[in-house]
Design a protein around this ligand. Structure first.
Ligand SMILES: [Zn+2]
Length: 169
């Protein structure tokens, strides 16, 4: 397993818990790939460590540019808890969140964002921006990266490789 890195404010949780949550997010990502979506999966975990919602990327099937796995999982957790904020919850996602999803996680007041593999072209919690750690915003979330990183990345690599090998119609 790769070495996770985390910010100093990361709330207490054992690595094996993070790995188990990421496993659930990976299974969602696989469902996305099967549906022809970029394979990204997300779950939201309650402060007690229970999975509240699961989702995979759906922008293509939903004709919705905002239907990223994280947005759908945050919405699901809000509905499940009957709360428009998710204090103490964790957003667990296979790929580093984009600016939209990082912003949504801050608005939702999640305690921690856990991601698998960095996104050099869109990552907004470590790579290109640090939206969840920006002191100018009114909430900050801890960030933990590198959980099941190889598995998360290889799902994406395999997906894009298979798409490139399909002749365009
Ligand atoms: Zn996103």
């Amino acid at each position: 397993m790769s070495n996770p890195t985390r910010s100093a404010r990361s709330p207490a949780a054992a690595d094996h818990e993070r790995v188990s949550w990421m496993g659930a997010a990976l299974r969602e990502a696989e469902k996305g790939a099967a549906a022809g979506e970029i394979p990204v999966g997300a779950v939201v975990v309650s402060p007690e460590g229970k999975i509240l919602s699961r989702a995979h990327n759906r922008p293509v099937t939903a004709n919705d540019p905002t239907a990223h796995a994280e947005i759908l999982a945050l919405r699901g957790a809000g509905r499940r808890t009957g709360n428009y904020r998710l204090p103490g919850c964790r957003l667990v996602v296979t790929l580093e969140p984009c600016p939209m999803c990082a912003g949504a996680a801050v608005v939702a007041r999640v305690a921690e964002i856990i991601y698998g593999t960095p996104d050099p072209k869109g990552g907004a919690v470590s790579t290109l921006y640090r939206i969840a750690s920006d002191p100018r915003l009114n909430h900050r979330a801890a960030v933990t990266s590198g959980i099941l990183a190889e598995e998360c990345a290889s799902l994406l690599t395999t997906f894009f490789r298979s798409r490139r090998s399909v002749p365009r119609s």
